[in-house]
Design a protein around this ligand. Structure first.
Ligand code: FVH
Length: 274
């Protein structure tokens, strides 16, 4: 392991040593890359010193240390707050933003980067920190395909690097669409768990039965996608009338256990246009 005091340049810099940034930096170090890290609360960055990471005292120093800078901070505002004062050091380098953003925020960040001659790629992490560098970890990327191609071997360390388009907002679009679907699923489980518990059942029992059921349902998403992608071409498996009546029954059942039917009302509106 090279003593950090003798090294001033590294393969990549990771800004943000929260749960995810720590996992990203660690995976790069494990794969043999040299890494500079920075965190606002410096103790979290210093926790990596034994792994061989170079600890940068400032954002400017961190940015100037590597040709590739990865940001994994709380939100887009914190990314700009930290990068703006060091923008001169970032010019001519590549910025890969793995901070969750809205598509509009990612596009604005891309515009900001372009104005400062920074090669920019936006990414959406479809994994939890413990999955980084493991099979099953997927990161969505969008922006300049040439820039992504140039850094692909390093980016593949985090997980499968999936390119979703030239629009810098595309990764955030797919990311937030997928996270929205995930949260809707967890909300459905929360409601179902509360319902079965009023009848003496447990959420654990529900989870055991629901998991294979949802896996089977997930297999039908490709058919559901055809209805959205080619409206008017395909017939829904269930009619709108059937869906409306079925969800009304579910609302009555939820309310009968003392739970709110709001989630199902919103679901019915989305699926039937009511
Ligand atoms: N954790 C996960 O499972 C998800 C998976 C999907 C992608 N997300 C996104 O990753 C970003 C970072 O998430 P995280 O898990 O690392 O989050 P925390 O552990 O809470 O760490 C937050 C880091 O952000 C730093 N920070 C916050 N505000 C500022 C600021 N104004 N200036 C500089 N840094 C800031 C914070 O620093 P500190 O509090 O330790 O000083 C942490 O390093 C996020 O976009 C997720 O949506 C993770």
């Amino acid at each position: 392991m090279m003593p950090q005091t003798t090294r001033t340049t590294t393969d990549a810099t990771v800004l943000g040593m929260g749960e995810m940034g720590h996992a990203l930096a660690t995976s790069l170090l494990k794969s043999g890359h040299t890494v500079t890290v920075w965190n606002r609360t410096s103790a979290k960055a210093h926790a990596l010193v034994d792994t061989g990471a170079r600890i940068a005292p400032t954002v400017k120093d961190a940015v100037a240390s590597s040709p590739l800078v990865v940001t994994c901070l709380l939100d887009t505002a914190s990314v700009l707050e930290q990068l703006e004062p060091s923008v001169d050091a970032l010019t001519g380098r590549t910025l890969v933003n793995l901070t969750t953003a809205t598509p509009a925020e990612a596009r604005d960040l891309a515009d900001w980067a372009r104005r400062h001659d920074i090669d920019f790629v936006d990414g959406g992490i479809m994994a939890t920190p413990d999955m980084i560098g493991q099979p099953g970890s997927m990161i969505l990327y969008s922006g300049d395909a040439l820039v992504i191609g140039r850094h692909r071997p390093l980016l593949e360390v985090f997980g499968e690097a999936t390119y979703v388009g030239q629009d810098p907002g595309a990764a955030a679009l797919f990311d937030t669409a997928m996270l929205g679907a995930m949260y809707a699923m967890f909300a459905g489980f929360e409601l179902g768990g509360r319902m079965v518990r009023t009848g003496g059942g447990s959420a654990a029992e529900l989870a055991a039965m629901l998991t294979p059921f949802l896996q089977a349902m997930a297999a039908t998403l490709e058919d559901a996608a055809k209805l959205l992608d080619e409206p008017g071409v395909h017939e829904p498996i269930q009619s709108v009338e059937f869906t409306r009546s079925a969800i009304d029954l579910l609302i009555r059942s939820a309310e009968g256990t003392g739970q709110s039917g709001e989630l199902l009302l919103a679901t019915r509106a989305l699926l039937t246009g009511d």
